[in-house]
Design a binder for this molecule. Structure first.
Ligand code: ATP
Ligand code: MG
Length: 458
């Protein structure tokens, strides 16, 4: 039996799982500030959702999909991206009619692409992204870009590079495609087999080719900006000026077309420099899309969105030392002294858990030294040592494993002392920054916050 993971997939455990949770929770809370709500759609969709939605000419659909027949002989596909499935859900549920527009949705979950695994590229990976559907405006496009940059800055990234372009409306793109066909036709014999197909299917895709020699040839291609209609140009500059007003630097990248078929008008990508010099590719890609809702059987509503690659974000955060202090730990290790104390240690452990702190205790008698080693391996900050003498006096020995300071704590005071040791900023929990160290009588505190500490003092 093969016990290695399937090529291009990986197991995510402990610290790495925490990194994913950490990243997604910051991304969630940031997009929630903009009014986005979570949506969860199935991993499996009917294959047509992607062949129609994502587009027959995209590499993703042509070469990268995990498609199979289920036992009922239906062709199903494990989502290679979320947008098409989300638009399908809006159409199936008629949310375009029953919900207030624009629909503002965010998602997080695994996506599957049969790609060649390499740095930052997996066959199962996670995307966090957003879709805003039902609003056609340069301002909405700008807000989405601003939100993506905002989200990455909340994670601590400073060296963020925004590349942006407009691929115009359908008319602009048709004229541009003709110009590209003319340009590439004379060079296509020197180009990769994929580009030969792209020339037939969608010449815009050639600009997205990752083969260096083809990229060189593409550098001499006509420029999209010379083919933008007046309306598309105006719209694009309005978006850029809003982004600029927020002090966000950008580079208009004329070769940026994005890999999926549904885009129109503004498209963008975000790249981040790794302090270790590694190139993981873009961490975020997105843009405006026109006819997707209609294409999947709904009304003619536009959308705008982006997707971030969570693995790439995590790797870049690691390289840039933004996760150095993020570690999976258990708060407390309860150490029974001797076999007879196992039951009481177990009860104490349950009490600590009921106070909201994670706690573990051995299930069989262990030597003190071995218990300290275990506590260290599990990243515990506090050891609670319980012997018969302590139990009889209603106390426990508490050792802070970081400072090595040990003290006797009355079991009645355990909650307060654990709060102090493990959650020093919690104070009385009122959120006031003076932590109760004030003379105010409640209400407006001298620290400027709302204080309820006086209730505790009284
Ligand atoms: P690339 O040009 O790197 O192939 P893409 O244009 O195919 O990216 P999108 O479809 O825009 O990617 O997906 C959004 C984001 O998802 C990407 O910017 C990237 O961070 C991430 N991503 C895409 N494919 C993979 C993959 N195979 N493994 C890990 N992350 C990925
Ligand atoms: Mg790709």
């Amino acid at each position: 039996m093969a016990i290695a993971p399937v090529k291009g997939t990986k197991d995510i455990y402990k610290d790495e799982a925490l990194y994913h949770r950490y990243v997604s929770s910051f991304l969630r809370s940031t997009v929630e500030l903009y009014g986005f709500k979570e949506i969860e759609t199935p991993v499996l969709e009917h294959t047509e959702v992607f062949t129609h939605g994502t587009g027959e000419s995209s590499d993703v659909v042509r070469k990268e999909m995990y498609t199979f027949e289920d036992k009922g002989s239906r062709s199903v596909t494990m989502r290679p991206e979320f947008t098409a499935g989300i638009v399908r859900s809006i159409v199936s549920n008629k949310w375009y009619a029953t919900e207030d527009l624009p629909l503002k949705m965010y998602y997080h979950g695994p996506a599957f692409r049969y790609e060649r695994p390499q740095l930052g590229r997996y066959r199962q990976f996670h995307q966090f992204g957003v879709e805003e559907i039902g609003l056609d405006s340069a301002r909405a496009d700008a807000e989405i870009v601003i939100m993506a940059i905002h989200s990455l800055s909340v994670l601590g990234f400073k060296n963020v590079k925004l590349k942006i372009n407009s691929i115009g409306d359908a008319e602009s793109r048709n004229n541009y495609k003709k110009a590209l066909v003319e340009y590439f036709s004379s060079r296509i014999d020197e180009m990769c087999p994929d580009c030969k197909e792209r020339l037939e299917l969608n010449p815009l895709r050639i600009l997205d080719c990752k083969v260096p020699a083809d990229q060189e040839i593409a550098k001499g291609a006509p420029s999209m900006k010379d083919y933008l209609s007046e309306a598309s140009e105006k719209r694009f500059y309005e978006t850029l000026s809003i982004i600029n007003d927020f002090g966000i630097e950008y580079e208009v990248d004329d070769g940026l077309v994005r890999g999926l078929d549904y885009y129109s008008e503004m498209v963008f990508e975000i790249h981040i420099l790794s302090e270790e010099g590694k190139d993981y590719g873009a961490v975020c890609g997105g843009g405006h899309y026109g006819g997707l809702v209609k294409l999947l059987g709904g009304p003619d509503l536009p959308g705008v969105g982006y997707a971030m690659g969570v693995e790439r974000v995590v790797s870049l955060m690691q390289d840039n030392h933004l996760l150095d202090d993020v570690k999976e730990t258990t708060d407390v290790y309860v150490m029974p002294i001797g076999q007879d104390m196992l039951d009481d240690a177990f009860t104490l452990t349950m009490n600590v858990r009921s106070l909201g702190y994670s706690a573990e205790t051995p299930m069989a008698n262990m030597k003190m030294g071995a218990m300290f080693k275990k506590a260290e391996k599990r990243g515990c900050k506090i050891a609670l040592i319980l012997g018969e003498e302590e139990l009889n006096s209603g106390v426990v020995q508490m050792k802070n494993l970081e400072t090595q300071v040990q003290k006797t704590v009355a079991l009645d005071d355990l909650e307060d002392v654990l709060n102090e040791e493990l959650n020093p900023s919690s104070g009385c929990g009122c959120g006031c920054s003076c932590d109760g160290d004030c003379d105010c009588e409640g209400g407006e505190c001298e620290c400027g916050g709302k204080c309820c500490c006086s209730e505790e003092k009284n």
